[in-house]
Design a binder for this molecule. Sequence first.
Ligand SMILES: Nc1ncnc2c1ncn2[C@@H]1O[C@H](COP(=O)(O)OP(=O)(O)OP(=O)(O)O)[C@@H](O)[C@H]1O
Ligand SMILES: [Mg+2]
Length: 265
Amino acid sequence: MDAQNQPAPNADVVLSARSLRKEFRGFVAVGGVDLDIRRGSIHALIGPNGAGKTTVFNLLTKFLVPTSGKILLDGVEVTDEHPAALARLGLVRSFQISAVFPHLTVSENVAVALQRSALSPFKFWQGRSKFGNMAPHIDGLLAQVDLVDFRDRRAGDLSYGRKRALELATTLAADPKVMLLDEPTQGLGHEDVDRVTALIKQVAVGRTVVMVEHNMKMVAQIADRISVLRRGEIIAEGPYDEVSRNPEVIQSYLGSRTRAGEAKR
Ligand SMILES: Nc1ncnc2c1ncn2[C@@H]1O[C@H](COP(=O)(O)OP(=O)(O)OP(=O)(O)O)[C@@H](O)[C@H]1O
Ligand SMILES: [Mg+2]
């Protein structure tokens, strides 16, 4: 306990949920979830369809208001903060693919994201070159997701995998401490899954990533820790090897479409 009689925040934990609960007209979608996301880790949230993954994700990013429970960022309660305030504190949710502006170029999309970011010193595009003083920053972000060669392409003409990479770059524009990704490999073919998996691993250096993901192979490859949700409750948590051997986890996956450890899609 510290001087204010509050429990001292655990420096290893960046984001926590305590007894997080969400009811929809009496239906309990999330029933008292406790989560501790370790700083610098990639943490995956998995579970069968309807388990409550997206609901937890929306609660953590404040797109849904919890019925009860608390959310803490760096030990500070943020349960009542708005999504924009959380973004300023470093908790940033990946934009959905539809938020990539298809008629703008790749560079222009990143420029828009940089201008939107609360921390951005770039208030307007200035200078003689098209992006003024933003140009080096834009190229730096594109380099992180291997899109430099595509900077002048229309975003709408990119493959799904590269659109996802662009989405990552626009998320990185806010320089997030914690990045939340909702099904980053959804709808991608094998090659693109591998590319996006490698990119997430790459951009996760020095950050924390929380992702909802159905692709078990991907989760096994890059997640440091996994929380398994079933019917709104966490039934297992730990590294992949441990969680995938848990009889309850295997059981709940047999109850849906696959065995634990197999790609669901
Ligand atoms: N806005 C809502 N109103 C009513 N019920 C909802 C709402 N959102 C989710 N639910 C219900 O809450 C439960 C959890 O849904 P959620 O979308 O969080 O599951 P999920 O684990 O993301 O599933 P999936 O793998 O299919 O994406 C489901 O039974 C769903 O029908
Ligand atoms: Mg979902």
